[in-house]
Every structure is written in structure tokens, then in C-alpha cells.
Design a protein around this ligand. Structure first.
Ligand SMILES: Nc1ncnc2c1ncn2[C@@H]1O[C@H](COP(=O)(O)OP(=O)(O)OP(=O)(O)O)[C@@H](O)[C@H]1O
Ligand SMILES: [Mg+2]
Length: 506
């Protein structure tokens, strides 16, 4: 093995009952490079990296690390080998502080206090060194998603590592946070760290990586120098065909007002006004996009409309009916379908089967239940139909949804909500974590839903998505709607400035 190869995974095989997740994958990673792993949902990326990190045990294959064959049986082994991983879903304890999370499970009880001061000093030092400033005493659950991710990376660095695995680290970040992270990873690589980076975003691959390995159906199909490839070639390798974004022409004009929001104010649990006097309407056959940097009140706006967060003042009318204190169930009966931002917290129940997750809203209704008894075969048939229609990759709809890859879980939520033929479709980050083929599919379905007559409120921090789908764009900044613009790409800069509020003008 040449000197500059730090890791070689050879012929890695990992099966689960009924699925071959990794069907003999070869991967070679060079010291100090940023190596992207690319592939459709379910291609086997997370499983391969979880095996390297000791979370799964391969059925066959060998791992050669720093020139030696190694057995990695647990994350402890991985850390001992100086391998760190930041997962697709964070694994921090929200009620503990940053420093406590870092030293969790590492020291004996009586050592902890003395280690705490050391940990805090180290967090500050790493923060200085890498420009990842984080207050060591901050409670993790109160941090923004971007900050929590910094903590995850700090945690890996704190253990002292030579190889860092990041599983879709930018899926939950704002564009600003993303460019910060990418810059930061480049610095880490320049300092000699090796990085394996999983993403679905081809621009990121092009921007940050030295080399890229494409997986398809559990096999490696190519390893390329990034400088010598193109997004188009990568997309084709990933999907096995050309991916073209042909969007249908819109049908018909907007009709009746479905959602009318007047002077809406929402306060968070600390009493801060996070939605501040917002007014807008969404009509039938219309997609209104809300653009904004994450954390400017869009999440709370969505939760309030869905009945998941109390309204402080103002008025919301759905189909002409004023709503004040309503439950999510009532809102849903009035015709609202909701794809929430936080899939794990709000949209699915991980230990439940895929079928049961499909009927979370409707299991009590005919034909899924009769005289108080669930009709399992009807539920299963329904689930199987949606699975086919949305190309959800799985073995059986009876398996727990937790056994699906991240992107396939998202497809279940989108399929369930879109299939309810809602009057109002409220979608927040609908394509987060799904591959380019599925992204295109979901976007087509949202457009089709509009053309069927639904009113659609689309919240996304991805401007590209907002432009692609919206008929009108509202820009939100610090809880207020600061302007409305048509989806005209020549206005991109203008929207960017509006999203940054007065800070851009200063
Ligand atoms: N714990 C598990 N039990 C059963 N099957 C699993 C488990 N984990 C993963 N799989 C299956 O293995 C395959 C590969 O999954 P993996 O999570 O590696 O995909 P991925 O490439 O990371 O996809 P995504 O981009 O959606 O995150 C999928 O078919 C998935 O359903
Ligand atoms: Mg994954």
C-alpha cells in the first residue's frame, strides 16, 4: 500500500435480513484528502461508514488502516484508532452542557469534576484554533442546529483523530453555515486530517472534495478526481441514467383564498416574539414560498399554523374558518397536510412499522379500521401502493421505519402527506436528505398537488428550491415578512440581501 493511503476497505459486505446494504464495496482514501461518498438514498453510504466506525459488523471484507489490518468492534475501538464520526442524526444529550457532552462516558465519576475544567479549556482552545467558537457551558438543547453540529465536530476533534467521517453534515445547515463548514473542513484537511464526507449535493462535492467515490445499489461504481468530473457525470453515475429537471407548465390560475394569516404573532418558550406581525394569503392553485435564513421564525410560523405551537395574537383563517386554540387533529380535519422540518421529532414514530407510519393520521378511519378493529391487510396494501408510487426502497412495509435509510424515511412522510389531497399543504424542507432523483420526484408531486387545486405554503432555506417551485416568494427576517418578490432569477441578489436584513446594508 502506498504511503499516502490511510484507509482501504476491501470487498465490504453487510447484509440485513432481506437486504444487501453493502455488496462488496472497495474504498481507498488518501491521507489529508477530503473524499466524498455519493449515492442515492439507500445506496449503502451510512452502513459502510457505520461499519468503519464500529457500529455494524461486516459479514465479509477487510479494513486496512494506516497500513495495518484492523478489527473495529465498537466506536470505542474506532476512537482508539483515532477515527471520529458525526452522524446523520445528532447523538448529543440535549439536557447536558457542551463540556458535559464531550466528556460523557469517558471518565470515572470521581475524575469528572477535574476533567471538566480541562475539557472547557480544550473546547476554548479548539474553538480558537479552528474558529469554531462555542460556549462550553451552553446547554446543548438550546443551541441552534448549526451550533449543535459544531459541538459534534468539536467532540470528535476533542478525542484526537486522524480521520473524520461526516454523514450529510450540511443537510440541516443554512447556506451560510454550510459555506462556513466547508471552509472549515478545508482548513482541517490542510492541517493533515483526512475527511470522508457524505452528501447529496453535487455543488458541495465539486466545491470541497479532492476525490469522490460513487456508490450504487451497495457497490462502488467509480472513484474520480473531482477536478476531472462534472455534476452531470456524477448524477449519471449515481442514478444510472440522465437526471433532467423538466418541470411541468403550471395549469390554471390561483382561485379562492385557502389560508389567510393576519398580524400573526408567536412567542417561543422563553417569551421571545419569534413571529412578529405576519400577514399573508395563500390561494388555491398557488405555491407561496417563504425564503429566509433558518432561525428567522419560519419554523415557528409552520408549527403555529399546524396547531403545534400556541398563537400569541393575530388571526389565522383556514377555509374561511377562524382558528384560535385548535389541536393538530382539528387542523388536519380542516384539510391541512404537514411535512415538518423535524422528521424524527414530529413526523414518524421510529419503532413503528412503515405501514403504521403511513396511517398515523387515519388509522381510526375506514377502511383502515372497522368497528374499532384495525384492518391490517388494508393498511398494508395502502402502504405498499405508496411505497411503489414514491419508490421507497425497503424490504417489507412491516419492518420498523428506523431500518430505512434517512432519505427513504423522508419519502414516507412526503408520500403520506401529499396523498391526503389536502386543501392546504404545508411543507417545510421537503427534500432535505433525499437524493437528486427523489428530489426531482417530490418537487413534481408538489407542483401536481398545486395543479390539482391545493394551496401550498413552502418553507425552505434552499433558495434554489424556492425559485424552482414558488409562484410568489415572501422573505422572512427576524420574525417579519420583509418583502414579496416574483420567482425571477435575476432577483436572486436582491432576495439574498433581504434575507440578511439590514445587516447586508450596513
Ligand atoms: N439497521 C438496519 N436494519 C435493516 N436494514 C437496514 C439497516 N440500516 C440500513 N439498512 C438498509 O441498508 C440499505 C443501505 O442503507 P444506508 O443507510 O447505508 O443508505 P444511505 O446510502 O446512507 O442512504 P441515505 O442517503 O438515504 O441516507 C438500505 O436499504 C437500508 O434500508
Ligand atoms: Mg445515510
Amino acid at each position: 500500500m502506498s504511503d499516502d493511503v490511510i484507509l482501504r476497505m476491501e470487498n465490504m459486505v453487510k447484509t440485513f435480513p432481506g437486504v444487501v446494504a453493502n455488496a462488496g464495496i472497495n474504498l481507498e482514501v488518501r491521507r489529508g484528502e477530503i473524499h466524498c461518498l455519493l449515492g442515492e438514498n439507500g445506496a449503502g453510504k451510512t452502513v459502510l461508514m457505520s461499519t468503519l466506525y464500529g457500529l455494524y459488523h461486516a459479514d465479509a471484507g477487510s479494513i486496512i488502516y494506516k497500513g495495518q489490518p484492523v478489527q473495529i468492534r465498537s466506536p470505542k475501538d474506532a476512537i482508539r484508532q483515532r477515527i471520529g464520526m458525526v452522524h446523520q442524526h445528532f447523538m448529543l444529550v440535549p439536557t447536558l452542557t457542551v463540556a458535559e457532552n464531550l466528556i460523557l462516558g469517558q471518565y470515572r465519576y470521581w475524575q469528572r469534576l477535574s476533567q471538566m475544567e480541562r475539557a472547557k479549556a480544550e473546547i476554548r482552545r479548539l474553538g480558537e484554533e479552528f474558529g469554531l467558537r462555542i460556549d462550553p457551558d451552553a446547554v446543548v438543547g438550546r443551541l441552534s442546529v448549526g451550533e449543535q453540529q459544531r459541538v459534534e465536530i468539536l467532540k470528535a476533534l476533542y478525542h484526537g483523530i486522524d480521520l473524520l467521517i461526516l454523514d450529510e453534515p450540511t443537510a440541516v445547515l443554512t447556506p451560510q453555515e454550510t459555506s462556513q463548514l466547508l471552509g472549515f473542513l478545508r482548513e482541517l484537511a490542510d492541517k493533515g486530517l483526512t475527511i470522508i464526507f457524505i452528501t447529496h449535493k453535487l455543488e458541495e462535492v465539486m466545491q470541497v472534495s479532492d476525490r469522490v467515490t460513487v456508490l450504487r445499489d451497495g457497490k462502488d461504481v467509480a472513484t474520480l478526481n473531482t477536478a476531472e468530473t462534472s455534476p452531470r457525470e456524477l448524477a449519471r453515475l449515481m442514478v444510472g441514467r440522465d437526471v433532467l429537471m423538466e418541470m411541468p407548465e403550471r395549469q390554471g390560475e390561483p382561485g379562492e383564498v385557502v389560508l389567510a394569516v393576519q398580524d400573526l404573532c408567536v412567542e417561543n418558550e422563553r417569551g421571545l416574539r419569534v413571529v412578529d406581525g405576519v400577514s399573508f394569503e395563500v390561494r388555491e392553485r398557488e405555491i407561496v414560498g417563504i425564503a429566509g435564513v433558518a432561525g428567522n421564525g419560519q419554523s415557528e410560523l409552520a408549527l403555529a399554523l399546524a396547531g403545534l405551537m400556541p398563537i400569541h395574537s393575530g388571526e389565522v383563517r383556514l377555509n374561511g374558518q377562524v382558528l384560535r386554540e385548535w389541536t393538530p387533529r382539528q387542523v388536519s380535519q380542516l384539510g391541512l397536510a404537514h411535512v415538518p422540518e423535524d422528521r424524527h421529532g414530529m413526523a414518524i414514530i421510529l419503532p413503528f412499522s412503515v405501514s403504521n407510519n403511513f396511517v398515523i393520521h387515519s388509522f381510526g378511519d375506514e377502511p383502515f379500521s372497522r368497528h374499532g378493529f384495525l384492518n391490517f391487510s388494508r393498511i398494508r396494501e395502502y402502504a405498499q401502493r405508496l411505497v411503489r408510487e414514491y419508490d421507497v426502497r425497503l424490504v417489507s412495509v412491516d419492518d420498523p421505519i428506523s431500518s430505512l435509510s434517512g432519505g427513504n424515511q423522508q419519502k414516507v412522510v412526503v408520500a403520506r402527506e401529499l396523498n391526503r389531497e389536502p386543501r392546504l399543504l404545508l411543507v417545510n424542507q421537503p427534500t432535505r436528505g433525499i437524493d437528486i432523483g427523489a428530489t426531482e420526484f417530490v418537487r413534481q408531486r408538489i407542483l401536481a398537488q398545486r395543479d390539482r387545486g391545493s394551496a401550498v405554503l413552502l418553507i425552505s432555506t434552499e433558495l434554489e428550491e424556492i425559485f424552482h417551485l414558488s409562484d410568489r416568494i415572501l422573505v422572512m427576517y427576524e420574525g417579519k415578512i420583509v418583502g414579496e418578490v416574483p420567482p425571477d432569477r435575476s432577483l436572486l441578489d436582491k432576495i439574498g440581501l433581504m434575507m440578511a436584513g439590514h445587516r447586508a446594508e450596513a
